[in-house]
Design a protein around this ligand. Structure first.
Ligand code: HEM
Length: 463
């Protein structure tokens, strides 16, 4: 909807801007960058040895890189000098609130220390039952597609599945289906609005005039009210539960022994939902497309699942043994990292390997490019899950593969996501074969995460 209204006003928007790229002045094509910046960044990085500066009217110091040592420096070694950008803190923060994903500095650390223990092994084991139940229920949708022969969009299916996994992981069964659907719709709308405001800053007055901005505010208020209601009901019920909301309610700050306020829990819950479903959905969608192209890989996964889970049910204790399945997921996220880039802002002047990073620079670590560097990966465009066999891990540099980011702000949900994805792959491949609809356009659309722009249409076949 946002897109349709925009089109009418496009002619008024500036399409080109002068910029200095690695000391050369060039015109940059804003709509092209808004459409898909990946090939442009990849080409520039190749030409400039893995790091270059872009100076635009809006920001004179944007530094793009896919060099391991620079990324490690920014995310890990000198991480105290780097904060998340305004896009995260203010852009995302306006709609997701002040939670782990959108905070910086001391307030972030306070929240991280509080919430990190909630994702420990025991909690994940408890959550694994809910997760498996959701996957079990949702795969019945594919049963219907398989028996009717109907085409479906794998991207949409995975979005709905991973959304339910994270929401049920958070709230158990405390919310009804209709409210869940409405909240999912609102989160999608808000994410699209955030992206459009960021990618097309010249459209902002238009969003204000055509009341899209106002609609965003209204929707944010609605989702806040809904979450507060769930939190208040749980508080007043006094019931224990094994979900993440229970963990958020019971956690206590180290220094004061106080619990989080309801507003803080609301913000953290919203962050977990937003950060925790589209990422896994995209990883899964791209991987299932790769599976169709690599039937030998699927065969190996099936043999592993049959050996490890002979009764067909995947349990928490099976996961370490589903090691080939895990390698496939890892290799899928190498080729299609859902978080295709992460950004930081330098708080003070810095330098890495002789490359100056002036205070205020926006540094973009281009994970997509890093994962496909020809000097780091043999045959980088090929899908070879065995790269991630434990015997091959030693030859990899520490920050060469970072689908979950790195350093202190490493994804807090990484184990949750790996568990979820192993369960999804094992369950679906055991039951179904998949085929692609011919002649469809498949293109990556790098928004906050790396989505397939037109979805990926498939058919499911019962085995
Ligand atoms: C395949 C799935 C996932 C991928 C690829 C992924 C990727 C990432 C990345 C790259 C970051 C770091 C961003 C940065 O440094 O700027 C991050 C942070 C985060 N992720 Fe994930 N994520 C996934 C799943 C999840 C799940 C399932 C959850 C929650 C249940 C989650 C919650 C978060 C949160 C809260 C943060 C912010 C952590 C902090 O800054 O302290 N993610 N994720």
């Amino acid at each position: 909807m946002i897109e349709t209204k925009e089109r009418k006003s496009k002619s008024a928007a500036p399409k080109k801007q002068i910029a200095e790229i690695g000391n050369v002045r060039k015109w940059i094509d804003l709509p092209q960058i808004a459409k898909n910046p990946i090939p442009i960044i990849a080409r520039n990085l190749r030409e400039h040895g893995g790091i270059y500066k872009v100076s635009t009217i809006v920001n004179p110091n944007i530094i793009m890189t896919d060099r391991v040592e620079v990324i490690e420096h920014v995310l890990q070694r000198n991480n105290r000098n780097y904060h998340k950008s305004k896009l995260q803190t203010e852009g995302l923060g306006k709609y997701l609130g002040k939670g782990l994903l959108t905070l910086n500095g001391a307030p972030w650390l306070k929240q991280r220390r509080l919430i990190q223990p909630g994702f420990h092994k025991k909690k994940l084991e408890e959550l694994s039952h809910t997760m498996m139940n959701v996957i079990d229920q949702e795969h019945r949708i594919l049963d219907q597609y398989a028996s009717s022969g109907k085409t479906f969009d794998m991207s949409k299916f995975m979005m709905e599945l991973t959304y339910k996994v994270v929401v049920r992981g958070l709230f158990g069964t405390a919310t009804d289906e209709t409210s869940l659907k409405r909240m999912g719709h609102i989160i999608d709308f808000l994410q699209e609005l955030i992206i459009n405001k960021n990618r097309k800053p010249y459209m902002r007055p238009w969003f204000w005039l055509n009341r899209t901005e106002h609609k965003g505010d209204q929707m944010k208020a609605e989702v806040d009210e809904f979450l507060m209601q769930v939190i208040d009901e749980r508080r007043s019920s006094g019931k224990d539960s094994s979900d993440l909301l229970d963990m958020l309610l019971k956690s206590r700050y180290e220094d004061t022994g106080e619990p989080m306020s309801s507003a803080q829990i609301r913000d953290e819950a919203l962050v977990l939902i937003a950060a925790g479903h589209e990422t896994s959905a995209n990883a899964m969608t791209w991987l299932f497309r790769l599976f169709i192209k690599h039937p030998n890989v699927v065969q190996k996964i099936r043999e592993e699942v049959q050996r490890v889970c002979p009764d067909g049910q995947v349990h928490f204790e099976h996961l370490p043994q589903l090691s080939y399945t895990k390698q496939c997921i890892e290799e899928g996220m190498r080729l299609h990292p859902p978080a295709w880039a992460v950004d930081r802002v330098a708080l003070e002047d810095d330098e890495v390997n002789g490359f100056p990073i002036p205070k205020g620079s926006l540094i973009i670590s281009f994970i997509y490019g890093l994962h496909r560097r020809a000097d780091l990966w043999a045959d980088p465009q090929a899908f070879i899950p065995e790269r991630f066999h434990k015997d091959n891990a030693k030859s990899r540099k520490r920050f060469q593969y970072i689908p979950f980011g790195g350093g202190p702000r490493l994804c807090i949900g990484n184990s949750f996501a790996m568990m979820e994805m192993q369960m999804i792959v094992a369950t679906l491949l055991r039951r179904f074969d998949f085929s692609m609809i011919k002649d469809q356009k498949i293109e990556a659309l790098p928004l906050i995460t790396l989505r397939p722009k037109y979805g990926i249409k498939m058919k499911a076949h019962l085995r």
